[in-house]
Design a protein around this ligand. Structure first.
Ligand code: C5P
Length: 222
């Protein structure tokens, strides 16, 4: 069977990575979380004291410290600068600053080129903000996932509690709104539904329902 590319975009905490991982596993495809790449550069900026508005400094980090992934049963492990950063790139400092880092044109150019290379041979499920519009405009399946801010904050709250991370629901809601705003209003490749993407509002849907809806679209494409 031919291997296609599947682009899954949407705002913060809309469930993209959860469903993308399951679909990749079901199809035997490679899962790529592009948010993890922007998060890794933000993490490196903190580690090496590069300012978030220093575009040239951020580009130098991308060139010096390649980001690598390894597929795991649960999804994907992320490595850069000699360490595994899978968990560290989810910390609050990274989450609060990643939208500023990802807004730089030269940062995006380099990471988009890496993402396109990963998907060159097909068989990739890639999630992010601009996959259907910029990274893989020819992806055979494009999905745009949305959900209400309340539901997204509650999902993230439950995940954090389960992981033992202390969290305040109201703060989480504000952070999600703020990140949505920054990601959708930046000049370069803002978060936007591709004209040919299928919109799925996952508010009130279970993970399995969302996976089934996407896999039905994929089956019709293969
Ligand atoms: O998906 P996640 O929430 O981990 O992404 C973290 C941040 O990375 C987003 O808020 C956005 O600023 C940036 N991002 C992006 N383009 C992508 C994926 C993520 O700008 N394709």
């Amino acid at each position: 069977m031919r291997k296609i590319n599947i682009a899954i975009d949407g705002p913060a905490s809309s469930g993209k990575s959860t469903v993308a991982k399951i679909i990749a596993k079901d199809l035997g495809y490679i899962y790529t979380d592009t948010g993890a790449m922007y998060r890794s550069i933000t993490y490196l900026a903190v580690k090496h004291q590069v300012a978030f508005d220093d575009e040239a400094g951020l580009v130098a980090l991308i060139e010096k410290y390649p980001i690598t992934f390894s597929q795991t049963t649960g999804g994907q492990a992320v490595f850069c600068d000699g360490e595994e950063v899978t968990q560290a790139i989810r910390n609050n400092e990274v989450t609060h600053n990643v939208s500023e880092v990802s807004a730089h044109e030269e940062v995006r150019k380099r990471l988009v080129a890496q993402q396109q290379k990963i998907a060159e041979a097909g068989g990739v499920v890639m999630d992010g903000r601009d996959i259907g519009t910029q990274v893989l405009p020819n992806a055979e399946v494009k999905i745009f996932l949305v959900a209400s801010v309340d539901e997204r904050a509650e999902r993230r709250y439950k995940e954090n509690i389960a992981k033992g991370i202390a969290t305040d629901l109201a703060t989480l809601k504000e952070e999600i709104k703020q990140r949505d705003y920054l990601d959708s209003h930046r000049e370069v490749s803002p978060l936007k539904q591709a004209a040919d993407a299928t919109l799925i509002d996952t508010t009130g849907m279970s993970i399995q329902d969302v996976v089934a809806a996407i896999e039905t679209i994929v089956a019709a494409t293969l």
